[in-house]
Design a protein around this ligand. Structure first.
Ligand SMILES: [Zn+2]
Length: 420
């Protein structure tokens, strides 16, 4: 199967992009292909990469907002999560994948429950995912062995599926929900099997204070001492860090996922120390976090929030310019997840999106990057290719009506069960 995207705007010039199998195999010549896409009103970009999500939380979209984090979790989210059936995760993840495709995301890094259902939804949606089962043992050592076994068993199940677009990963939740012995074990498994670890780090000041009380050191200091840091670690949030912690993350080649919308909505009280991280050479990519704390999965919106939050919090409009934020959302995201995509180049995976330049958001077009970051939103994407297959064409995704209906039904049913 081959695709030719004809006469499309790519890095300032009109060209043709040829896709064969799941790769970009040529840029420039107009060659015959099984499928021709007219790109004359479009610009091509690499598919966007979202490095921190809890996809099935789409079912909680708009269910409980404007609350304090702990009350929100205790009174609203956890009671419903306790009523989940596997099918809820499947439809919630299908809805998330649909929303991501519609807004130009082709790859995401997820952590939630029922990994096999996440994987089924991702396989059927055609998108690419790094998927992990969230692990929480709440400091009960007798529980952790059993839970760890469940975590690795479900990874085997997903590995057996053999879907190239799915990379299983490990999902220990955070230092305040997972025992030290389990964290050590996760690191061993990660090293032995080359699996990424998806983790929440230093999201709130309270987390840092509690860590200092319990261990006499900062969260990063604690993780370093137990040998948990490494290049396989993707640390979501990483808001409350001091200089020495940034240096430790840089030394260990830890990757950071920045989630500006979630951080602002939950009022975590600080902004990612981006400038310092960039100086230290840390890979910083971008995530949305779950839909309950965002409330969408639109990476265009997150790009703008990321740039504005840095400028606002540092009182310096030169921090995090548009080109850097676009790179965080493409090349840096792909690099963090070990995916050979994130740039439109021959030999890379064919994860591509087309934005419609006829939109008011792109006119006038003095600077496409500026328009993409500050002016556009996800609805400017009308064509999406992932792994060499067209998932959206002219704004339509096959089967989307059913996904929306079934996911909305699953959410209503979940709320009803929660009230029983
Ligand atoms: Zn999260």
């Amino acid at each position: 199967m081959s695709i030719l995207i004809e006469n499309v705007l790519h890095e300032g010039d009109r060209t043709n992009i040829y896709v064969e199998g799941n790769k970009i195999t040529d840029i420039g010549p107009k060659v015959e292909a099984d499928q021709i896409i007219d790109g004359s009103n479009h610009a091509v970009l690499p598919g966007l990469v979202n490095t921190h999500t809890h996809a099935a939380m789409t079912l909680f979209r708009g269910y409980a907002d404007d609350m304090l984090l702990q009350e929100w979790l205790r009174d609203k989210i956890r009671p419903l999560e306790s009523k989940f059936v596997p099918e809820d995760i499947y439809w919630g993840t299908r809805l998330a994948c649909l929303e991501m495709i519609r807004s130009g995301t082709t790859c995401f890094n997820d952590m939630y429950f029922h990994l096999d259902q996440q994987a089924k939804a991702v396989e059927e949606s055609g998108i690419r995912g790094v998927l992990s089962e969230g692990f929480v043992d709440f400091f009960q050592p007798d529980l952790s062995e059993e839970l760890l076994k469940q975590s690795t068993d479900i990874i085997r199940k997903v590995q057996i599926m053999g879907c190239d677009r799915i990379t299983p990963a490990l999902g220990p939740h955070a230092i305040y929900t997972v025992t030290e012995s389990s964290l050590r074990r996760f690191k061993e498994i990660s090293d032995e099997e080359g699996l990424l670890i998806h983790f929440h780090l230093s999201e709130t000041q309270e987390e840092v204070e509690n860590c200092r009380k319990a261990h006499g050191k900062s969260p990063v200091g604690y993780l370093k001492d137990i040998g948990f840091l490494g290049s396989n670690l993707i640390a979501a949030h990483s808001v409350w860090l001091d200089e020495s912690e940034i240096a430790m993350l840089a030394d260990a080649h830890v990757k950071v996922s920045h989630n500006p919308v979630s951080n602002m909505k939950l009022a975590v009280g600080g902004a990612l120390p981006y400038k310092e991280m960039r100086q230290a050479g840390i890979n910083v990519s971008l995530g949305t976090d779950g839909t309950a704390s965002n409330n969408n999965l639109d990476m265009f919106e997150s790009m703008k929030f990321a740039a504005l939050l840095q400028k606002f919090s540092t009182n310096d409009p030169t921090v995090l310019p548009a080109g850097d934020v676009l790179e965080m959302t493409t090349a840096k995201g792909a690099e963090a997840l070990g995916i050979d995509a994130g740039v439109v180049k021959v030999g890379k995976l064919a994860d591509l999106i087309l934005v419609d330049l006829r939109s008011p958001a792109f006119n006038p077009n003095h600077d496409l990057t500026s328009n993409l970051v500050y002016s556009a939103n996800g609805s400017c994407v009308d064509t999406v290719i992932c792994d060499g297959k067209v998932l959206m064409r002219d704004g339509h995704v096959e089967g989307e009506e059913e996904v929306i209906e079934r996911a909305a039904g699953a959410a209503q049913d979940l709320v009803r069960r929660g009230q029983e």
